[in-house]
Write a protein that binds this ligand. Structure first.
Ligand code: SAM
Length: 293
């Protein structure tokens, strides 16, 4: 196990001058559970004093046991409830298992393919984040261990999906390609005609408005409809995480669900509800103008 240089005086500090210049986030560490480098990235898992076990990739917090549902539910439910009848779903990344756990809750979904580059993340999630990694053996789930970008290049000629969720890490390291135009083009090709894609847009309007503007512009150069929404997650540096949602067909309404959760589905959701869906697209005036002008 590598010595964790990411932890000082008992605190894990997330500092990233590119994405969050001049600010950071710190969590108090009870115990380091795992720290090593895989073929693709630096992986740290620690037990925090207030958020349960925490997964960190390349120094950036990916998920904590206490607040992960706010991210997993929103990135899954927004495209699934904006789609009339999603049957076939693709998840790119998502090795902690949280997104597939959410997707299999939807009774209309028949199959979910998860494409994760790093098997280590899956193994560690099963060991240290069992509440997230509980759907890998579900009968609807198929796991492919490979680069999601390459998978889509191949899949674009043979497979079509109703919903594609990119649950990747930040745009530094193995996930870099997911934030560029060619990726949006591959997503577009791999979608059914009424299909929807969603991806984490990494930043929030306070810190990286220019970045979001560019991402939405790139998405709009490929998709007739692209919208930015967000969820609140206290252990991401600014307490928020942006998501970009795109539809292949202009008539699809992304900002409002076209189906409501069944009572059974809603009983399993802690963050998402139809009002939250709509509210997540509402932006402060100045940010709205900058993003959609
Ligand atoms: N919720 C998270 C966050 O903070 O953004 C993302 C979680 S999930 C752990 C991100 C996953 O994307 C990681 O397991 C990482 O290995 C995977 N990933 C990164 N690049 C990838 C690629 N090129 N193909 C497939 N998976 C990739």
């Amino acid at each position: 196990m590598a010595n964790s240089g990411l932890i000082k005086d008992g605190w894990f500090c997330e500092v990233n001058d590119k994405s969050f210049p001049g600010q950071g986030l710190a969590l108090k560490v009870d115990k380091v559970l795992y720290h090593s480098k895989s073929e693709f990235q630096d992986i740290l898992v620690f037990k925090s004093s207030s958020y349960g076990n925490v997964l960190v990739l390349d120094g950036i917090i990916q998920a904590t046991e206490r607040d992960e549902f706010a991210y997993q539910e929103m990135i899954s439910c927004i495209p699934l409830f904006a789609h009339k009848a999603p049957r076939k779903v693709l998840v790119i990344g998502g090795g902690d298992g949280g997104v597939i756990r959410e997707v299999v809750k939807h009774s209309c979904v028949e199959s979910v393919t998860l494409v994760e580059i790093d098997e280590f993340v899956i193994d560690l999630a099963k060991k240290y984040l069992p509440g997230m990694a509980c759907a890998f053996d579900h009968h609807k789930v198929k796991v492919e261990l490979q680069d999601g970008f390459q998978f889509l290049r191949d899949a674009a000629t043979r497979e079509r999906y109703d919903v594609i969720i990119t649950d990747s890490s930040d745009p530094e390291g193995p996930a870099e390609a997911f934030f560029q135009q060619e990726y949006f083009e591959l997503l577009n090709r791999a979608l059914n005609d009424d299909g929807i894609v969603i991806a984490q847009a990494s930043e929030n309007v306070w810190l990286n408005l220019g970045y979001i503007q560019n991402l939405v512009k790139t998405a709009r150069s490929v998709f007739p409809k692209a919208r930015y929404c967000y969820t609140t997650v206290p252990t991401y540096t600014s307490g928020q995480l942006g998501l970009i949602v795109c539809a292949k067909n202009e008539s699809v309404t992304l900002e409002h669900p076209v189906r409501s959760p069944t009572p059974e589905e809603q009983s399993q959701l802690k963050y998402y509800n139809p009002k939250m869906h709509t509210a997540s697209f509402v932006l402060p005036t100045w940010a709205h103008h900058q993003i959609y002008r």
